[in-house]
Design a protein around this ligand. Sequence first.
Ligand code: NAD
Length: 503
Amino acid sequence: MTKLRPLASHLKSKLKLTESSATSTASPTPTPYYLFNATNNRIRDEIHFATSSDVTQAINDASSAQEQWCRNYTPSQRAQIIQNASSILARRSDEITQQEVKDTARAKSEIKGYDVPSAVRHLSYYANMPSILSNGTYHDIGHSPSFAYVKREPIGVTAGIGAWNYPLMNAVAKSAPALSFGNAMLFKPSELTPNSALILAQIYEEAGVPPGVFQVLLGDGSIGSELVKSPVVSKVSFTGSVETGIKLRQAQAASTCTSTNFQKMTLELGGKSPLIIMDDANLDEAVTGAMQANWYSNGQVCSNGTRVFVHEYLKEEFLEKLVERTKLLKIGDPMQEDTVIGPMVSENHMNKVLDYIDIGKNVDKAHLFYGGERVGGCLEHGFYLTPAIFTDCNDQMRIVQEEVFGMLMSVLTFQDEEEVLSRANATNFGLAAGIFTNDIKRAHRMASYLKAGTVWINNYNLGPVELPWGGCKHSGVGRENGSYDAAFEWTVSKSVYVEMNSL
Ligand code: NAD
């Protein structure tokens, strides 16, 4: 059975785990952690965190399981198992969609239409990747017949730590390549959204992944921190905020002194991405792009293009069309098929977004052109907000510089290409950027100048598995997805020199 810490109890009833803190080793009092329904603020689930001893046991189990997984299974046997997981996930898509909607409060249409099919595709894409990419490369080194070859080998025991906005995608984007390339993974989902990782663990088990190779540890940051500090965990793949990413780097540096390992670490962090609408853009498409870049997933997307630079010539018309179309989006229960905007994931997060709206109005003194209010009426008990559009913004404002992670769009104007590029890059973040223009040379020129991990031309927020994903500057380091990038991230190379001549 694939080990879940503690899935057994999850299967028996609901999520019944044991609470932990970074220091607790004895049996703690099992204080439940409550999950709230974002549509009505009622308790919907109760979980207990893993204990420190659960973490230690999980790491030990992963260590021996990884040896078996890598040595006793050929890449094609592993490929078959991961491919099975893809098929099982496709079969269980309705169930996992329901759980993901409950956890994230994102619209069902998004999760059904994007997250679950993407997760199925990720598993399928990585299943055979090791057979294609990790075979040795032969080198004729010039002292014939001596030669050398390079093998790509698994890293060993790895950890994945996920954020709450795309929990299934986080778990799959990390574990699919990790497992395919022969690693074991301990996955810690966000404490707000644990359910899809637990279902994924069941799926891996049913697909034939041996016990211990993929384990889920429920808990808060203290559990994540224990994984980072472990000398056995050789790679951490983290998705979350810049603030936590910095803490992980600090913890890693401190523990390296007492460990025998330099741990690899991938950080997929936040953003404050620019979306640039040039004067020759197709305006209707640019408005679609701006909405996709700001309202999708209730604004809770790391790559959102929240700094919308509109050529001053287009500003009035852009705002008119944007408001007209934003008003039509249905805000409501995320389980309903026609809902486009659901509630914020939690009360805390809603309050954070409302605080930024207040900062925009009263500290930055920008103009709240549309929305930015809590929704009342029959939705008053949920964490619902209307999308906020600010105008009269400048580059120094807090709402323009800081990641809000909610539906808050800042509209800025510009006059020429050089100006807008330098302003677009004037941020500590570098996750993504978008350009709307009909001039093909300009599009590629601008794409090459923008400091971002991904640039979309005439579209926004698409993330196919084939394309490497990650940021520069404070948006992170390392890449997820892609083919060669995944091979580099989830394996280490070993060079073998073969002397064929007499010495
Ligand atoms: P967060 O940083 O608060 O938490 C992320 C994860 O880290 C959670 O599982 C949390 O329990 C864990 N954690 C917290 N403290 C820790 C510690 N000291 N050591 C180890 N783990 C710890 O982020 P969040 O609020 O869950 O997610 C929102 C953030 O994630 C936003 O900034 C968003 O931009 C970013 N994000 C980035 C990407 C990307 O691909 N770049 C994708 C999704 C979300």
